[in-house]
Every structure is written in structure tokens, then in C-alpha cells.
Write a protein that binds this ligand. Sequence first.
Ligand code: NAD
Length: 418
Amino acid sequence: MTESANPFESLQSQIDEAAAYLDIDDDVIERLKHPERVLETNLSVELDDGSLERFKAFRSQFNGDRGPYKGGIRYHPQVSRDEVKALSGWMTYKTAIVDIPFGGGKGGIVVDPTAYSESELERLTRAFAVELRPLVGEDRDIPAPDVNTGQREMNWIKDTYETLENTTEPGVITGKNLASGGSEGRVEATGRSTVIAAREAFDYLDTDLEGATVAVQGYGNAGWIAAKLIDEMGATVVAASDSSGGIYNPDGFDPVAAKDHKNETGSIVGYEEGQEEITNEDVLTMDVDLLIPAALENAIDGDLAEDVSADVISEAANGPLTPEADRVLEGEDVFVIPDILANAGGVTVSYFEWVQNRQRFYWSEQKVNDELEGLIVDAFDALVDTIEEHDLDNPRTAAYVVAMQRVADAFEEGGRFP
Ligand code: NAD
């Protein structure tokens, strides 16, 4: 794993590759490569011992041509301005490939949340919500959870915003719990789209998913749900990892029991006696039919890609392959379902949550899952049509061709102002 690839440069190189297949003016392509604005702020938060600590935080609004900016908020020590810019760009093309009426945004705080108490995290989150207040709103910018944030943080942000604005506006944020206006099916949505997309890819490649072997890197919200659902579809999860290491069982293991073990001990490592412990790299290079990277960006660089043995990769994480890794895998005939499609379930069900909030009318889990299935299958079909139309080796380029065209159309149809 390399820390060196700059995710914002990766995004720009992905856009350049797709631009070659599009009839879009260079100056518009240039617009599609940069965020419209980035908030950089320093949050002063009182800790439990009475001292004051400063935290750097960002919110990037990449593109709003197709609708309000949309994207999660991440808490991680490695959050940086360029990372947030890249993630907001990926959101722009993600909302476009699944064709939901949103733009792209992303936020983050440079923090290791495990080092702080719940009340400290609440003050930190509310301090960020105060800074975000002029930027967000259900028709302006709608944050959501990302790495190390979840329903709890979303509820705090909603409460802070509504208190300051003296309103009820649950659609200002998505990923809330049900009592605060969340949607059925939201927690599972990212893992669900990852496996729906994988199932479509197996179908397209005329391969059987039943009995296929699967390795999952990262066992958080996206990874563990993907493991559970792919197991339910008849595939066998043989390997998984989290930040403490990996486990391997050639006969497969029970993804739910592994998650229970992680909940109890903090890691999947050591979950079953006799199970082989392996490294994170072993998981990424394992000879399996399907690899699901579900941790952070840059998990596979050009060197590691040489050792990847999976036939299909479904990117639950954002940006897990560097552009060099893409080039290597392209030559080796690995079918990579790009992040902007594979993990788009999260933002798609966020969209459903926003629709339900605005209508004050809530859907069943079955309806949410059915609507999600329809949009992901449509997006996959658009991807395949574009692969075939342009004879493309890299599905990621095809996804950007579809998505960039939609964003550019919205921009051009809006006319230029001023
Ligand atoms: P999470 O915090 O719930 O889980 C992250 C997991 O990755 C944890 O199990 C952690 O231990 C593991 N991890 C971290 N570093 C690792 C390493 N070096 N090797 C192996 N495992 C490692 O986060 P999440 O919400 O599941 O997000 C994971 C990825 O999915 C991110 O790239 C995120 O942007 C993307 N994503 C998430 C959602 C969502 O709805 N949660 C939506 C779209 C994309």
C-alpha cells in the first residue's frame, strides 16, 4: 500500500482519460477537474479536561450543475485538502452515473476519533456544523456519513443546524437514524450496491456467482455488509481484513459471526480457532473470483497490482486503485467495477432519504431496496453500452464517459452566467 499517490491527481487523470472519448470543449473539461469552492476551517474544541484543542476541517463543493452538493464527512488523521477535493469530485461523477439529481461534495476533519470521548466528539461535530451552517441546506449542500462517522454524528449535525435555523429540515443531512428521519436500508446500501454491481458483472462475463470465492479488504460498514450479502447470494467469503490484519479460511467463514467477533474484540483477527491469519496484502493479492476493497484509497498501487489475482474487483471503497494499478489490471483482463458505480448505493439511498424527508412520507425497506436495485442495474447497463460503443478495456473510463457527459450537459444547458 502506498501513501504517495495524491487522490486529487488520480481523479484528474481519470477525467483526462475519459475526456479523450468525449466531444466536450477543453475549457469545460477543465471546469470538470476542479472544485467550485473549498472551506478550510480550524475548529477550537474544549476537551473533557478543560483544555482547548484545534482541529483542521474541510468541506469541498466540487460541482453543483446537476443539483445540490452531496457527500459524506470523514473523521480520520489522514484527511487532507486534496483528499477531500478528490472525494468531492468522485461524488460528482457518482451521482451522475446513477443519474440522481445531485452534485458532488465532501468534508472531513483531521482527527483520530478513537482518541476522544463521546462528549468531545459531540462538541467537535457541533463546532463543524456551526461552520457548515451557511453552506448547507436541503437545496444547497447535503452531508452524509463516511469513514468513522455514522448516524450519531449525522443526528448531531441535524440538531445543531435545526436549532440555529429554528426550523425542522431533516433533508439537510442524510444517514440519520430512523427516529431522526433516516431511511430504511441506508446502512446496508453501500454494501448492497457493491454486490449488485458484482452480480451484474459476473452475469456480463458469463461467470457463475454461486460458489465464487470472495476476499474483502476492510470490515467496516461497506465491507462487512458486502460480505454478508454476497454470502447470501451463494458466493463464499474466504478472506477478509481490517486495520489489525486479515483472516483466511479456504472453506469460507460466516461473515456475520466474524462481524460479531469484531464488535466484541475490535478486530476480525482471531475470530475462529484454526483460521489462518494473513496480512492485508495477502487479502488484496489472493487468488479469488471477486475482490472487494472496502477500506481507504490507494490500497493497490502499480506494484501490488502486478500480484492481484482476482478476476473481478468491485470497489466498495473510494479510490482503492491508483491510476498505475488501473493500467496494470487493464492489461491483465481484470474487470474493475469502478467505485463511482459499485459504492453508489450509499448516495442513492441518501437520495431516497432526502426524497422521503421532503415528502414527510416514508418507504418500506423493500421499496428502498427495489428502487436501489433498479438504479444500479440501469447504471451498469449504461456502463456496458459505453464499453462496447468505444471498445474500452477499462470500465472506469466508461463510467467517467457517461458521468462527465451528464454533468457537462447540465452545465451547457444552464447557459453561462455571468
Ligand atoms: P468504516 O470506518 O466503517 O470501515 C473502514 C474499515 O476499513 C474498518 O474495518 C477498518 O479497520 C478498515 N481499514 C482501515 N485501514 C485498513 C487497512 N490498511 N487495511 C485493511 N483494512 C483497513 O468505513 P466505511 O463507511 O465502511 O467506508 C469504507 C470505504 O467505503 C471508504 O473508502 C468510504 O469512502 C467508502 N464508502 C462508504 C460509504 C458508506 O455509506 N459508508 C459510501 C460510499 C463509499
